[in-house]
Design a protein around this ligand. Structure first.
Ligand SMILES: Nc1ncnc2c1ncn2[C@@H]1O[C@H](COP(=O)(O)OP(=O)(O)OP(=O)(O)O)[C@@H](O)[C@H]1O
Length: 316
């Protein structure tokens, strides 16, 4: 089932300095149960797209169906079915944690019993039980982010938009947050659409990423496929023995590309570095060459991002 279906979605801003085409005819879909990451340099149009999909901003043209409701004709239906956690979050620093969540639930028009049930549920999902009676303003950054997400989930949305969920968090809090987001999807079936500047976050968390640049989606695939598309795995092997002999033995292997030699270190590209380790060791063994060390360098999502976006001027 499709939870987002955007077609030709565009947004133009007209300012006194001129016209900015922030989002230019974007088409994409998100299926139920996916965690999809939205990446792109500053000013690419991610926030503008998210704001349109969450009904906070009207598209200039194009259309989208979000959680089964048409953005243009049923924005109230969209709002009821989605959660949106903005970058700053919306929690009131002077409130007690559980009161803030209850208030949010009441704002969605839930009845008394439903409010109590949902508050307990989101407190459990985001591990907030120990913080239940704390004043919001005293929470740490990571705890506060968990509360922000709880507020976005209290009405039980099937789709949640998270705008840079782990911005400003330390590595431990980020990795904890990732496990909460995974749990949301794995145990509660919530579909997650998140924007992030952390490529390791997209890699660790997302089934699929959309890369946006200058208002357009320039790539869309699983992190794994994008990495394979942008560059080979690189195998680096250090040997003891004759490098000429070693080089010849490796060149005979079909999967070895662009072999270079530097002292006793040979380096080559290949599709599947993990498989190449065994074939390399075997080939060198047959040639009576001792392998001192072997490692594989895999392209990262940073390599993908830079390769795809560096040629476009950043409109920050
Ligand atoms: N209200 C507005 N009025 C005029 N221009 C705007 C407005 N909102 C956004 N823009 C412009 O639209 C472009 C896209 O901005 P947007 O905030 O969507 O990018 P982004 O990808 O979310 O960037 P970041 O990663 O920095 O948050 C930018 O050039 C920005 O200056």
């Amino acid at each position: 089932m499709r939870l987002i279906e955007a077609a030709g979605l565009s947004r133009r801003f007209t300012t006194k300095h001129g016209v900015v085409d922030a989002v230019r005819s974007v088409d994409f879909t998100v299926d139920a149960g996916e965690i999809v990451g939205f990446l792109g340099p500053n000013g690419a149009g991610k926030t503008t797209t998210m704001r349109m999909l969450t009904t906070l901003l009207k598209p200039t043209s194009g259309s989208a169906v979000v959680a089964g409701c048409d953005l243009a004709t049923d924005p109230v239906g969209v709002r009821r079915r989605i959660g949106y956690v903005s970058q700053g979050g919306g929690a009131n620093p002077g409130y007690i944690v559980h009161e803030e969540i209850e208030l949010q639930a009441r704002l969605y028009g839930l009845g008394r019993a439903e409010v109590a049930r949902r508050v307990d549920e989101v407190i459990a999902i985001l591990d907030l039980a120990e913080l239940r009676d704390r004043v919001v303003g005293t929470l740490s950054g990571g705890q506060r982010r968990r509360l922000d997400i709880a507020l976005g989930l209290v009405h039980g949305p099937e789709l949640v938009f998270l705008d840079e969920p782990s911005a400003g968090l330390d590595p431990t809090s980020r990795s904890h947050l990732w496990s909460y987001i995974r749990r949301l999807r794995d145990e509660h079936g919530t579909t997650v659409f998140l924007s992030t500047h952390y490529l390791d976050e997209a890699d660790a968390l997302c089934d699929r990423v959309l890369i946006m640049d200058a208002g357009r989606i320039i790539a869309e695939d699983s992190p794994e496929t994008l990495k394979q598309r942008v560059s080979d795995d690189v195998v680096i092997v250090e040997i003891s023995g004759d490098v000429e002999v070693a080089g010849r033995a490796l060149r005979e292997e079909a999967a070895v590309r662009d072999l270079t030699v530097d002292g006793a270190v040979l380096r080559f590209g290949t599709d599947r570095g993990d498989k190449a380790v065994t074939t390399t060791v075997r080939a060198l063994d047959r040639a009576d060459i001792e392998v001192l060390s072997i490692r594989v360098e895999r392209p990262t999502l940073d390599d993908v991002f830079l390769a795809l976006t560096e040629e476009t001027p950043i409109a920050a």
